[in-house]
Design a protein around this ligand. Structure first.
Ligand SMILES: [Cu+2]
Length: 401
């Protein structure tokens, strides 16, 4: 009886072990399923990410060899010195303590392996830190609670439209005409180097597009540089990776890499002032906007002035070309229907079918859609808009392409 039970027990233990192993192995499969895991680090899609992937492959292979050798050694010793039938159990096997040769060997060998790895690690780090130079597109990335702003110094004068965000008081309203400031979605030319200046407005955030490069913290008062390049046109996603308060989990980023000509066309579009409202509904929306929204949001060429003061975007997303984006509010909501359901609206889906219900819900009660401490000046407050105002605002906002 006793014997029977222990057999059942060991079968159970084996089954459990098998299941655990299968779970572990199968969870690895997700990483290779296309589309399901857009934030995997194991499928690099740019030179920087490829370098990191190469280094981690090398580390994994070396660690794997060490693992196998050690395990084989352990199993061999266990087998060789197992307790035999005629063993009285009183004799200890020969002890190795004090075997100088062995002790020097197993101290030195790991040091040699680590030194070997250090050569590759340090050279990769230096490689990744290199400034790609003049021909790179330079973009200032500003992390804020709880969205990202991207500024392009298009005229190359070293001044960004949003300099006041970084150093309060320096306003450059005229730069809004020659530079680009967008929110949430960064557009870059594919196959070309991009150099980011990463900063933060309030607390520490962290910028990471796993398919394109490693992560870099966004720290108030500091500038951290990161190069980015996408081999192919496409949409790449990431999310804030440094806990930054209430909506940290709702602070995503999207990068659209475009063929060069399309990128140039995008730059031209973004430099242009906002489309003038057409028709009664859009006009009504523009009026509500001027009264209720312009104190925070800038629509270039339309509400550059609010109550006699220059409106400079910074604390709220620049909405000048709002409808040319796929997502909003930290990229957690899709402005357009996502046809293939991969969560981030692809470039060719922008301007398609409007995701109207979500935009209305956002305007009706923003803190109800995304946790924000609006009383504390963080995020967008509930403005108590009427349904008629919401309808005309939707018409106006979606005309801003
Ligand atoms: Cu954050």
């Amino acid at each position: 009886m006793h014997r029977f039970r222990s057999t059942v027990g060991s079968v159970r233990v084996r089954l459990f072990g098998l299941l655990a192993l299968a779970g572990l192995v199968l969870s690895g499969c997700a990483m290779s399923l296309d589309g399901d895991t857009p934030q995997t680090t194991l499928e690099p899609e740019g030179p920087a990410a490829s370098k990191i992937d190469g280094l981690s492959d090398l580390t994994f292979i070396l660690a794997g060899i060490v693992f196998v050798l050690v395990e084989v050694g352990v199993l061999f010793v266990v087998w060789k010195f197992r307790k035999r039938k005629d063993d009285t159990g009183d004799e200890l096997p020969e002890q190795l303590h004090g075997n100088t040769k062995l002790e020097i060997g197993w101290t030195a060998l790991p040091a040699v392996i680590l030194a070997f790895m250090a050569v590759f690690t340090v050279s990769t780090i230096l490689d990744l830190a290199e400034d790609p130079g003049e021909e790179a597109t330079r973009i200032r990335v500003v992390g804020q609670q709880w969205w990202w702003s991207y500024d392009y110094d298009i005229d190359g004068d070293g001044v960004y439209a949003d300099d006041d965000v970084i150093a309060p008081g320096i306003e450059n309203p005229e730069e809004y005409e020659t530079d680009i400031e967008v929110a949430n979605e960064m557009v870059i030319p594919a196959g070309k180097p991009v150099y980011l200046e990463i900063e933060a407005r309030d607390v520490i955030h962290s910028f990471w597009i796993p398919a394109l490069n490693g992560k870099k913290d966004a720290v108030p008062g500091r500038t951290h540089y990161l190069s980015l390049e996408a081999d192919e046109p496409g949409t790449y996603v990431g999310q804030c990776t440094e806990y930054c308060g209430l909506s940290h989990a709702y602070m995503r980023m999207v990068v659209h890499a475009l063929p060069e000509a399309e990128y140039e066309a995008w730059v031209e579009e973004q430099l242009a002032p906002a489309t003038e409202p057409q028709g009664a509904e859009e006009q009504a929306g523009a009026e509500v906007f001027a009264g209720r929204c312009a104190s925070c949001h800038l629509v270039e060429g339309t509400n550059d002035e609010y109550d006699g003061a220059t409106v400079v975007s910074g604390a709220a997303p620049n909405l000048t070309h709002f409808a040319s984006r796929g997502t909003y509010a930290g990229s957690i909501f899709n402005l357009w229907q996502d046809a293939d359901g991969n969560e981030a609206v692809d470039w060719d889906e922008i301007g398609g079918e409007l995701n109207r219900n979500q935009l209305e819900a956002w305007l009706r009660n923003p803190p109800g859609e995304k946790p924000m401490a609006a009383d504390d000046n963080r995020g967008m407050p509930n403005l108590g808009l009427s349904e008629a105002d919401i309808d005309s605002l939707v018409a106006y906002l979606t005309s801003l392409d």
